[in-house]
Design a protein around this ligand. Structure first.
Ligand code: HEM
Length: 277
């Protein structure tokens, strides 16, 4: 399957995203062939990063659920705005961290699948995040507006970071979805355009994930100060759980960024160049 245009000059093959500036260039296509010639070190790095990140992605969602059920009274809908709020952290973590994190990691986990299936799964995971984020946002809006007296909206740094994250996520999803659709419609004719989009989509995707972590950490701090007040400094059990959650989010930001940037973990491909000369 071809994804990117390459410019061949002599024995060098250079990936290009737009018309190549060099003279006598010849475009070619890259074909996917998994490079499975990995050494022990690479497999160790792969297993460590993938297993640790997966454990943290699921574990942090589990710990958020545990915290909210055990210490914050569980869930409710509009009949109890205080407990309705509890849906906010759980759904935001599920959507923005667990689903989005796995969606990004898929590109590193699935080394042997065809790229089209990985893209499809990537889209499905992000699509699953949408209802979580929408309901999580509605839960916090409701819990503010239905409180007696109502709590003001969008005054905190956390809410601003959250809004930026949601905006970026929406743009990323729309752009990614349409580039995926045009891939299905006219693969060959749009290869250059889609290849140009890849590094932009990847950078903004990682940025959105890291911003979601910043939102989650600032939200946790805010909630700890609102609910525990001075007791936060007394090493209460709940405070320790909140801190552990925050640290697991930070660890995820480090691991997922590492996985995305690491040259070892990138699905290396052997480039089979069709000679057009
Ligand atoms: C992970 C992604 C998250 C995003 C994108 C996000 C986004 C938002 C937004 C936009 C608001 C403003 C709602 C309003 O003012 O009506 C808000 C409020 C709030 N969020 Fe989050 N949130 C996230 C995670 C969390 C987490 C994990 C907690 C932990 C408890 C949390 C705690 C709060 C609190 C206490 C408020 C109400 C006070 C305020 O407006 O700052 N959030 N969130």
């Amino acid at each position: 399957m071809c994804i990117a245009l390459f410019c061949m000059k002599g024995t060098n093959t250079v990936k290009v995203y737009k018309p190549c500036p060099c003279p006598n260039h010849v475009y070619s296509h890259r074909h996917y062939e998994e490079d499975n010639e990995w050494g022990c070190g690479s497999w160790f790095e792969y297993t460590l990063v993938v297993v640790l990140a997966s454990v943290l992605l699921l574990g942090s969602l589990g710990l958020t659920l545990f915290w909210v059920i055990q210490y914050r009274g569980g869930f409710a809908w509009r009949e109890d705005p205080k407990r309705q709020f509890n849906l906010h952290p759980v759904l935001m973590v599920a959507g923005f961290i667990t689903f989005s994190g796995f969606s990004i990691l898929l590109y590193r986990i699935c080394r042997c699948c065809r790229r089209i299936y990985v893209k499809l799964l990537h889209t499905v995971f992000h699509a699953l995040a949408i209802p979580c984020v929408a309901l999580g946002f509605l839960a916090v809006l409701d819990s503010h507006n239905l409180s007696q007296p109502p709590i003001p909206n969008f005054y905190s740094l956390h809410s601003w970071i959250g809004l930026v994250t949601m905006g970026l996520f929406a743009i990323q999803f729309v752009v990614g979805f349409f580039s995926f659709l045009i891939l299905l419609c006219c693969e060959g004719a749009t290869a250059g355009f889609r290849a140009a989009l890849v590094p932009i989509h990847a950078s903004f995707g990682l940025t959105t994930f890291v911003l979601a972590i910043a939102a989650a950490v600032s939200g946790l701090t805010e909630k700890a100060l609102f609910t525990l007040g001075d007791a936060y400094s007394e090493w209460r059990e709940e405070g320790i759980i909140i801190n552990a959650l925050g640290i697991s989010f930070i660890a995820l930001a480090i691991l997922v960024s590492f996985a995305v940037r690491s040259n070892t973990l990138k699905s290396d491909v052997k480039v089979a160049v069709a000679d057009h000369m």
